[in-house]
Design a protein around this ligand. Structure first.
Ligand code: ADP
Ligand code: MG
Length: 893
């Protein structure tokens, strides 16, 4: 028989009172799975049960039939293991409403009251386990509004597990794209949209990759949550201020930011059903504060996510030598959003330098930082009401390290360290109170008992004495009863059903005295109780129950105390995280031999002996290279050379060094001068990007278009084999036009590295003085090719395609045939007198086909140029006629 899967209406008669509670909870949270607490289990019913059984691989059972006589599908999870199951469901994108017993079953009259106490979803589930300690857990809300003619998107980001709250606004024509770019960098676990904002208004939203690597679930909510005035009010309330001016926000100036942040806070409060005291501050960021890295570039540079989708192989993994998870998350944030203000960058670099020099101080700091646990997440647990004694003990121990850490940091001189030290105190009161209250190694839950020290509370001590005495009396009773009855094997035991009992084996039953009352017969004997035994039992159990209540009260009081100090503890946690990152960057600089970059407002980008921070560690003899980019004769560097020569690596290392420098890190080079960069664009040719399975020629061209529109003279542009995704002539033409645009556009001439296998592009340098040619050196040796991996000035002499093909294992016969064909082609070309080129200047013959032989555009250009150069006022008719003849001849050639 098929079970009913749809839950009936709440009002339906014939349902039990508990079932009615369930149906009510389900009615309030139709889009969530309802975890319904019954005794030691959370039960799921109807379609929720079917879904959860599938998702969690649980056995689907059924509960007594409902009114229509059919069975109600059901499954359950033990409450003490609920977090693991919740984590698995949330990871699969489900939302779960946890419906608890909100009164003590022992004290309830009639049926226990149950209520939904929190709704967890991918972006709000904070018990993510130690594996993801270094990962933030972001939920992002997006609001859209109009400011005059302009569409404005507000983007608010919160991490419930740490209390972080930030907001930005994007306005203007590219607002939607910028918002999606930002989302991609954040890698949220959940996106929150008002129902009236169509996701289609944000192209690419659905493709954003989340923290876990998959797509991000989108939750649509009631638009009124984002109402401007409501949003402003809840923010003011949450932040405990009168207005939002102090945060740089105002209803007229930044409506979308207020709406997004307010809507998000309201949603979080509604689903967590607590005040979220740890969300006490808000950071408003503007785009110009940061080096902007669009989503594609961010992914391509493998800054925080490696090629395989995890941390492995990323820049972050390479330089993350932080000692705390708070530091690890902050370093990730620094790399995700490097700075754009020189002053702030230099402050960080100076602090790293200080820590690099002060080896002993750095060592002490790092040792002691390793003893600090995740204060941010511990405080969040306190605020969310999920902290147990073990969490508070960890918080107490960690806070105990603070005075020593302050002492070490005090020995440093860098201004940033002093600023950070000014943001927190030693927190001795917090430490002392926790350590004085809790035992050294308390249990996970206060209800387990034994977490409060003796001597903390008179009532508790007394109850413990009573409980101890009663237990002692029971323990001695065994000896007494054995003597009295002469039964040597008599035992006093305890179980949950009968409490304490006396057990006598069958052989000794004759010796049982009259005052023993028989309770149960078992296979090899009988179980008894006596009035005295029960009296002691009542004392012990009664005292136990009261002392657990008292322990809970004392623990709750301690929680309230800690919560009241949450702001101070968070201030400390955030400052320690920054010190941790600075010390880690200094450690990385020391171990990897990085140098302090000279960061300037403008000027040339000059790197001497630069290395790729990740590749250098994986290559036995990494070849360092110089980089020069300026506004003058090295504005566009065209880099040619054989496949596998090291072009892409060179491009990436240049960008990564800029990212590192602006994040405040030392860089892998002998010397580095880095001008402030506003944006980095990296575009990779279609075939190179095929592994990602996402690139088509269309996408390549869209991204290239975007670069041409958006890059400024302060941007860094990396173009790697663009035009590869189409036919050779098309590709070459596009590559040529793009490079030329970048080199000549008067409005913005970004610093550009242009790697290409199209040798023709080297002719650009003859035409435009802003373009310089470089190549990766390779030598031919017998029939082989040796990659020197050295970047040298000038154009590459040949393409070495056949040698590379041979290296790749093309069959010898095929390689030989290719050589013959090439030789033939080269001979043909030579007989025609060399390779024509765009510039019209004859170049020496090289081993590359002249692709544009049929239609050399050079003559057209020459003609045009000569016409433009004419001064018609001074030209006689005869001269004009002669010239016309000349030009016609030139075109006929
Ligand atoms: P291309 O883009 O020219 O085809 P890549 O940049 O992809 O070449 O580099 C090819 C290989 O050479 C990579 O596997 C890389 O590890 C290695 N490589 C690149 N640059 C260097 C270098 N400077 N020193 C040593 N090995 C390098
Ligand atoms: Mg390449």
């Amino acid at each position: 028989m098929t079970p009913t899967v749809k839950p009936p209406a709440v009002s339906e008669k014939g349902t039990t009172p508990a079932m009615r509670q369930y149906l009510e909870a389900k009615r309030q949270h139709p889009d969530a799975l309802v975890f319904f607490r019954m005794g030691d289990f959370y039960e799921l019913f109807y379609e929720d049960a079917v879904t959860a059984a599938g998702a969690l691989e649980l056995t689907l059972t059924s509960r007594s039939k409902d009114r229509s006589g059919r069975e109600i599908p059901m499954c359950g999870v033990p409450w003490h293991a609920a977090d693991t199951y919740l984590a698995r469901l949330v990871k699969q994108g489900y939302r779960v409403a946890v419906c608890e017993q909100v009164e003590d079953p022992r004290k309830a009259r009639g049926i226990v009251r149950r209520e939904v106490v929190r709704v967890v979803s991918p972006g709000t589930f904070t018990d993510t386990g130690p594996l993801e300690a270094c990962e933030p857990s972001f939920i992002v809300a997006i609001a859209r509004t109009c400011k005059g003619e302009q569409t404005v998107f507000g983007l608010a980001t919160a991490d419930l597990s740490t209390g972080e709250l930030q907001v930005t606004e994007h306005a203007g024509a590219a607002a939607a794209a910028a918002a999606v770019d930002e989302l991609a960098g954040v890698r949220p676990r959940e996106i929150l949209l008002p129902e009236d904002l169509d996701p289609a208004a944000l192209p690419g939203l659905r493709q954003v990759v989340g923290t876990g690597g998959g797509t991000v679930p989108v939750t649509c909510v009631e638009p009124s949550l984002f109402d401007l005035e409501r949003a402003r009010q809840i923010l003011v309330e949450q932040l405990g201020t009168i207005s939002l001016e102090g945060f740089g926000l105002g209803p007229e100036r930044t409506p979308a930011a207020i709406q997004a942040a307010g809507g998000l806070v309201r949603h979080l409060r509604d689903t967590q059903m607590t005040e979220l005291q740890h969300l006490g501050t808000l950071e408003f960021r503007t785009r110009s504060d940061h080096l902007v890295i669009d989503a594609a570039t961010f992914a391509h540079l493998e800054i925080i996510v490696g090629a395989e989708g995890g941390r492995n192989g990323s820049l972050l993994a390479e330089i993350d030598l932080t000692g705390t998870s708070m530091g690890a998350r902050l370093l990730r944030a620094w790399l995700q959003r490097p700075l754009a203000a020189r002053g702030a960058i230099v402050e960080r670099l100076d602090a790293v330098e200080d820590l690099l020099r002060q080896v002993a101080v750095r060592g002490r700091l790092r040792t002691d930082l390793a003893r600090v646990q995740d204060l941010e997440r511990l405080i969040a647990r306190v605020a969310l009401g999920t902290a147990g004694p073990r969490d508070l003990a960890a918080l107490g121990r960690s806070v105990g390290v603070v005075p020593a850490l302050r002492g070490h940091a005090m020995e440093l001189r860098a201004p940033l360290i002093a600023t950070l030290l000014g943001r927190f105190d030693e927190l001795r009161d917090v430490h002392d109170r926790i350590v004085a209250t809790l035992v050294d190694d308390p249990p996970a839950a206060a209800r387990d008992g034994g977490s409060i020290r003796d001597g903390v509370d008179g009532d508790l001590d007394e109850l413990r004495a009573i409980s101890r005495d009663a237990r002692h009396a029971i323990a001695t009773m065994e000896t007494v009863e054995r003597e009295r009855t002469g039964i040597g094997s008599l035992k006093i035991r305890f179980n949950r059903v009968f409490g304490y009992y006396i057990e006598v084996s069958t052989a000794n039953l004759h010796a049982v005295p009259d005052d023993y009352q028989r309770k149960q017969t078992i296979a090899n004997g009988e179980r008894y109780i006596t009035p005295a035994l029960k009296e002691y039992e009542e004392k012990a159990l009664g005292a136990d129950e009261r002392l657990l209540d008292r322990e809970q009260e004392i623990f709750d009081e301690l929680l309230r105390f800690v919560l009241a100090e949450a702001g101070r503890i968070q201030g400390c946690a955030r400052a320690l995280a920054a010190i941790d990152v600075l010390a880690a960057l200094a450690e990385a600089a020391a171990r990897r031999d990085y140098v302090k970059p000279q960061v300037r407002e403008a000027g040339e980008l000059m790197l001497a002996d630069a290395r790729h921070p990740v590749v250098e560690g994986r290559t036995e003899s990494y070849v360092p290279n110089d980089v020069l980019l300026n506004d003058d004769d090295h504005q566009v560097v065209v880099l040619t050379g054989p496949n596998m020569g090291g072009k892409s690596t060179y491009l990436r290392q240049t960008a990564l060094i800029v990212v590192m420098a602006q994040a405040g890190s030392f860089v892998p080079a002998r010397e580095a001068a880095v001008p402030i960069t506003d944006r980095i664009f990296a575009r990779i040719g279609a075939s190179d990007n095929l592994a990602r399975g996402q690139s088509t020629f269309m996408v390549e061209m869209q991204e290239t278009a975007r670069i041409l529109h958006q890059a400024t003279s302060r941007s860094l542009v990396l173009l790697d084999e663009i035009g590869r995704g189409t036919a050779t002539f098309d590709g070459l033409s596009i590559a040529w036009a793009v490079a030329e645009h970048l080199a000549t556009n008067p409005k913005s001439r970004p610093r550009t590295l242009f790697a290409t296998h199209y040798h023709e592009l080297t002719d650009l340098a003859d035409l435009h003085q802003t373009v310089a040619n470089y190549h990766v050196a390779a030598r031919e040796w017998q029939d082989d090719i040796i990659f020197l991996r050295r970047v040298e000035p000038g154009r590459s002499d040949r393409s070495y395609g056949i040698q590379v093909a041979r290296l790749a294992g093309l069959p010898p016969a095929t390689v030989a045939r290719a050589r013959t064909i090439l030789a033939g082609l080269e001979r043909d070309e030579l007989s025609r007198g060399g390779r024509p080129s765009f510039s019209g200047t004859p170049t020496e013959p090289v081993g590359q086909l002249g692709l544009f032989q049929q239609a050399p555009p050079s003559s057209h250009r020459d003609v045009a140029e000569r016409i433009l150069a004419l001064d018609l006022d001074r030209l006689t008719p005869l001269e004009a006629l002669l010239l016309l003849g000349e030009l016609k001849e030139a075109l006929a050639e």
